[in-house]
Design a protein around this ligand. Structure first.
Ligand code: WTA
Length: 647
């Protein structure tokens, strides 16, 4: 029997989108995308309304993705200026600090507008022009949004780097896009601990390739001591002071870049996913309103960090373009205790709550008591994003957090897609725990086999998308060929997501996880190649192979096999040293959970590492190794298996 949660009639009677609406509009959106998106584009304010709506070809010889290509607009104007008349005094961002003892405060649309304009003027005065790249390495504070919007206002392309990344990772990202300016803070605060953001930037800028940076703006946040290197480093307060609270926005073409966001892929270094202005903003705003069933008086909280795409689309651009109130939380779910999320919900009367399965699983482990001692009556809808949610966690979220009152939207999407792609609409689509259910408007999923044959009916395969949608990424920054090769060459004529997926008898989609060499750790994408190259950069390491393995809380953990150079002795101290090394090279999110010494790695005769086998060993499923006959030295596998068993 399928576990089905029908649409709640009480919810549906108030909802923006009914089941009939969805069926009808979905059909229109795929039958006549031009008409559908032309109409949808009216939700944005344009200097020049687009007349050419969609110009897309996935044909490798004639490749192009363009939406609204003759339209002109400015993203910050859509998020700020146009809200002033009706919502000037409405809270745009509601800041909740790391510690419940520190003061939370609202930032109204008018204040956000003025702060953005001041910074935008300051950036212009510092020589930042349309098309220049600006790196943002910030804690979860309203100035992070101000920084993004100020870039958007003057047409500078922002590249937000997650505050948990180490200096090397910052340097790689700065170098790749040639940033002219960095906006950071003295320190961040998470769970009572200080994150040395400015010191990390200092260390990054000592690394090669970062000469493009002329200025570092430093927000005073914790007041901690920092080393200011003049004239490069400037206090944020000092440069915005005296700037006018109005700033002439840049008129942007719909296809002008809005931002770059680096994400991990199967191979090589992280790629700079490039999003453009019109299509991205429209898609973020539309999905935010529809999926969260947004109402004027909602208090909406997405727990993601602005360093990830979820923070871009569903803390900053989507909610602000919709005139919503978005809570911005600097802290973590378990500080000062396990009730923190639920207390914040009560304190600010949050109505819409969007978080990740990994957080739910971690909180679930602590039992119901920390949840039950709070009210949560204000909640009316819950969301999940970042990785598959196991049905057990789904039910706990539904029953314990939502008191069996609030529908859950399990939203599947990617950095590359810009916004939510497969999701329930709570007034329209019955829920099944663990399924992202059905496609959003304009989204045409298909499942293909290894040869690219489209599979019909209830089946399992690789998830591709048959046609474009406005929020689609447009390029890999600086490497358009890599964009085409990565996403459009595997199954020609389609966009390949890198995810595996099952479709059931009702046509519902169940994402099964990555089918490439990307590991999803607590909803963060880590490329195995990145961790491997960090490991082999250590002087004692000859070779490394990294795979994912199932992890109760994180979804997937990182399992590293390491071969030492001749003469180096393995030992527990060296395990610790290598784990610390990876944290220092990439950042704490890439910390290996297991490190196994490998006298040799299983390779084909042509020298290719057989990860399939390594994955099975990491999963502790040596009986499922499959065919090992093509290995150059099958004996290697036996020794790895026997080592693994000891643990
Ligand atoms: C996974 C995050 C199952 C998936 C928005 C995807 C999910 C990758 C879900 C993108 C979900 C995201 N159910 N899997 N609801 N949401 N994923 O780029 O593997 O950080 O390809 O974007 O996360 O991660 P990214």
């Amino acid at each position: 029997m399928t576990d089905l949660y029908p649409v709640d009639p009480a919810f549906a009677s108030q909802a923006r989108i009914s089941g009939e609406d969805y069926q009808r509009d979905y059909q229109t959106s795929v039958r006549d995308p031009e008409a559908f998106w032309k109409q949808a584009a009216q939700r944005l304010d344009w200097y020049k309304a687009p007349t050419r709506i969609k110009n897309v070809s996935y044909d490798l010889d004639d490749f192009r993705i363009r939406w609204f290509e003759d339209g002109e607009l400015n993203a910050s104007v859509n998020c700020l200026d146009r809200q002033l008349e009706k919502r000037g005094d409405k809270t745009a961002l509601l800041f909740e600090p790391d510690s419940p003892d520190a003061a939370s405060y609202p930032v109204t649309y008018r204040e956000l507008y003025e702060r953005t304009c001041r910074l935008a003027n300051a950036l212009r005065a510092l020589g930042v022009q349309k098309g220049d790249r600006v790196t943002i390495y910030m804690p979860m504070i309203p100035d992070a949004a101000v920084a993004m919007l100020a870039c958007a206002r003057i047409g500078a392309i922002h590249s937000v780097v997650f505050g948990g990344f180490a200096p090397n990772s910052i340097a790689d990202r700065v170098a790749d896009c040639g940033s002219k300016l960095i906006i950071t803070a003295d320190e961040g605060l998470r769970g009572g601990r200080k994150i040395p953001l400015k010191a990390n930037v200092d260390a990054a800028l000592k690394l090669p390739g970062t000469n493009s940076v002329e200025t570092v703006l430093v927000v005073r946040h914790t007041g901690g001591a920092v080393d200011m290197q003049m004239p490069r480093d400037r206090w944020f307060d000092a440069v915005v002071e005296g700037q006018p609270a109005e700033c002439e926005p840049e008129r942007m073409n719909a296809e002008d870049p809005l931002f770059i966001l680096y994400t991990s892929g199967s191979t090589g270094k992280p790629k700079g996913v490039l999003h453009t202005t019109g299509g991205y903003l429209l898609y973020a705003a539309y999905t935010h309103e529809a999926v969260f069933d947004l109402r004027e008086d909602d208090v909406y909280w997405c727990t993601a960090d602005v360093g990830w795409v979820t923070g871009h689309s569903y803390i900053v651009y989507g909610p602000l373009a919709n005139g919503a109130t978005a809570l911005m939380f600097e802290g973590v779910p378990n500080y000062p205790d396990m009730s923190r999320f639920w207390q914040v919900i009560d304190k600010h009367q949050v109505t819409l709550f969007y978080t990740a399965p990994t957080a739910i699983r971690a909180l679930m482990r602590e039992g119901e008591e920390p949840v039950k001692k709070t009210s949560r009556k204000s909640l009316r809808l819950l969301g999940s994003v970042g990785e598959p949610i196991n049905p057990e966690a789904w039910r706990w979220y539904y029953e314990v957090v939502g008191d069996s009152r609030c529908p859950i939207v399990d939203t599947w999407w990617q950095t590359e897609t810009g916004g939510i792609m497969i999701t329930p609409l709570a007034g329209a689509i019955a829920l099944k725990p663990g399924s992202a259910t059905l496609p959003f408007y304009g989204v045409q999923p298909a499942l293909v086999d290894a040869n690219g044959e489209v599979l019909e009916g209830a089946t399992e395969g690789n998830l591709v998308l048959l046609d474009s949608w406005p929020g689609q990424m447009r390029s890999v920054y600086g490497d358009h060929q890599r964009f085409i090769d990565t996403y459009f060459r595997t199954y020609p004529g389609t966009y390949f997501t890198g995810d595996g997926c099952r479709r059931d008898e009702d046509g519902y989609y169940w994402i099964t996880g990555r089918v490439d060499d990307v590991i999803n750790v607590s909803g963060h994408r880590i490329g195995t190649a990145e961790v491997e190259s960090a490991l082999v950069a250590h002087p004692k390491v000859a070779e490394a192979a990294v795979v994912g393995f199932p992890h109760d809380i994180k979804g997937q953990g990182i399992y590293a096999y390491v071969t030492l150079k001749a003469g180096e002795a393995p030992g527990d101290d060296l395990v610790k040293e290598l784990v610390a090394w990876v944290r220092k090279e990439i950042g704490p999110i890439a910390t290996p959970d297991h490190l196994q010494w490998a006298p040799g790695l299983p390779k084909t005769r042509s020298g290719k590492i057989m990860r399939r086998i390594l994955r099975k060993i990491a999963e502790n499923a040596p009986d499922q190794l499959g065919d090992t006959s093509t290995l150059a030295d099958p004996g290697v596998v036996d020794s790895l298996v026997s080592e693994r068993k000891v643990k």
